[in-house]
Design a protein around this ligand. Sequence first.
Ligand SMILES: CC(C)(COP(=O)(O)OP(=O)(O)OC[C@H]1O[C@@H](n2cnc3c(N)ncnc32)[C@H](O)[C@@H]1OP(=O)(O)O)[C@@H](O)C(=O)NCCC(=O)NCCS
Length: 162
Amino acid sequence: MRPYKEKDVTSWQIWDIDPGVQLFMPEPANKVLSVEEELEYLNGCQREEDAIYWSVVWRETDLLIGSISLTDINEHHGIADLGIVIGEKDYWGRGVATEAIKILLEFLPQLKLRRITAELEEGNDGLIKALERNSFKKECVCEASRIKNGKPINTIRYVRFI
Ligand SMILES: CC(C)(COP(=O)(O)OP(=O)(O)OC[C@H]1O[C@@H](n2cnc3c(N)ncnc32)[C@H](O)[C@@H]1OP(=O)(O)O)[C@@H](O)C(=O)NCCC(=O)NCCS
């Protein structure tokens, strides 16, 4: 895992419009962004004061395959939200998300956090497995918490106490 680099934008341009990658992602991604717009988005992420974003790379080749983040970090309350996307589909099912979440959890003692949440759409079974393998537990169903294809859908919240 490493910070975002400018050269990452070309991968993000592909992931943003890949229907497989976007299937369980919150709208409104799924639109083509120019290199400049994508760069502005990635730079904006890196500037956020209450969030940390990492690129996930395949260790042996340094190939960019995804991203993992902690957002809405609030050290007073000790809370943060976890987000992850493995954009290179050839790398799905190889334990990447499971390991990236594990590494992120190992980094956490540097922050004053006690409760990490992850919100996901029903059916995202790969993410559920990766979370449960890192001792996240299902907390609740958040009814009609997202709009997808014009309709309200439920999300499921997972939580891990540190
Ligand atoms: C969900 C996601 C993060 C899982 O990443 P991953 O690196 O494939 O996860 P892991 O390899 O650690 O997989 C954990 C388990 O889930 C399984 N799995 C992965 N994708 C799956 C899918 N689409 N459906 C069912 N099981 C799946 C894996 O095979 C693995 O199980 P196994 O070890 O018993 O074979 C990845 O598919 C992804 O980024 N998807 C698109 C973006 C996304 O949905 N992000 C989350 C939005 S909140």
